[in-house]
Design a protein around this ligand. Sequence first.
Ligand code: MG
Ligand code: MG
Length: 248
Amino acid sequence: MISIKSKREIELMVIAGNIVYQTHKYLEPFIKPGVSLLELDGLAEKFIISKGAKPSFKGYEGFPNATCISVNEEVVHGIPSNRKLKKGDIVSIDIGADYKGYHGDSAWSYAVGEIDDDKKYLMEHTKQALWEGIKEVKPGARIGDIGYKIERYANAHNLGIVRELCGHGVGNNLHEDPDVPNYGSAHTGPVLKEGMVIAIEPMLNLGSDDIVVEDNDWTITTLDRKPSAHFEHTVLVTKDGYQILTGE
Ligand code: MG
Ligand code: MG
């Protein structure tokens, strides 16, 4: 069942989403060669707590940290470690905040120093694929319209689409109905209604679609070890269209 949020719930989700957005902005200047993934995770956790929220991911299905940090060929669910970022890496940081029981969820990919043109291309077009999906959101549109636009854009730019993972509803659970795949057919799937909240999150690869799960049972990497990018916003369906809860 897809929940319709009350005015009170939406107020809490606006705050949760804004905390996630602020956490990304806070971390950005620290994302430099030499910083370790655990340092970034610790900074994010402290910041989220300082805003009166809790990191949504910590303890979620046993996940050990506040953030998921995935480098280069890692797609999602990277576990922060002592690994230090190097110039030329791209790093995707996925952040969730739980404010009074309601969640915000947003991932962003960042360049570490100067990156090569292939990685720039991947990041630019994965971010644009997110916008292609978001632009579809309005009452009466269907979930398949979002996936259709993302898939079409990724195909037009020769990027692999991770199909095993998808966006999702967000509310007092981090992951709720409906699934929001990054592929699909227009005019299919659940109908969007005012008051629904969904996370849209294309994960696109410079190479093929295929992924593997690493031995830690969390981290997903591309099978061909080519880089992957991830951009995600939590989006409210409004009367006329949408409101991004995890952005400005
Ligand atoms: Mg998500
Ligand atoms: Mg996320």
